[in-house]
Design a binder for this molecule. Sequence first.
Ligand code: HEC
Length: 177
Amino acid sequence: MMSRIINPGWFVFILILQVIAVTDTFSKSIARPEQGKNHFFTYCSGCHTLRYAGYKAVGTPPKEAERWFGKTPPDLSNVARVRGNDWLKSFLSGFYPDVHGKFGSNNHQFENVSMPNVLASITSTECREQVVDDIVAYLIDVAEPVRQLRRELGMYVVLFLALFVCGWFMFMRLSKR
Ligand code: HEC
């Protein structure tokens, strides 16, 4: 009787969804994509576009940017998928002063990069690391819109599972009478 109601396949499916939901919720508590979005528009959108997220207008016209930096600042819609989480973090926190660098700085992750140290104005290392984490979280959301949806769905999955378990126990008790 019970095995017909609770199909093991469904149970495993729900369990997997829940694990994803919990890990996503956990990762959200460290990095905050909403703040990352604000930071992106403060520090990055002057040069970079996010075409897939629908922000075509922001960013310096490529021709002028090329004149200033020698390189066109690339569109960052996909960068989180191309470079990965760790690379981005090392890059954004990898700037160091270097008199031979183009803008008086250089980057451990990207030698002779044509991008200035745009987060240099944040003097506290702790604050800067938080800003980097937030921006990377935002860039991941932009590159993988499904993640955002999954996190929102995750809340409902947890709620559903709680109700499901309650209902199951009630059913068991009633059916024993
Ligand atoms: C003043 C202009 C400018 C600003 C502001 C700026 N960048 Fe850049 N960025 C560049 C340029 C130019 C390049 C190309 C560097 C090269 O290829 O040498 C670049 C490259 C990058 C790359 C490497 C992309 C790749 O895969 O090669 C990433 C990632 C990046 N920027 C992220 C950011 C983030 C995040 C911010 C905001 C915190 C930011 N940038 C702000 C000009 C800028």
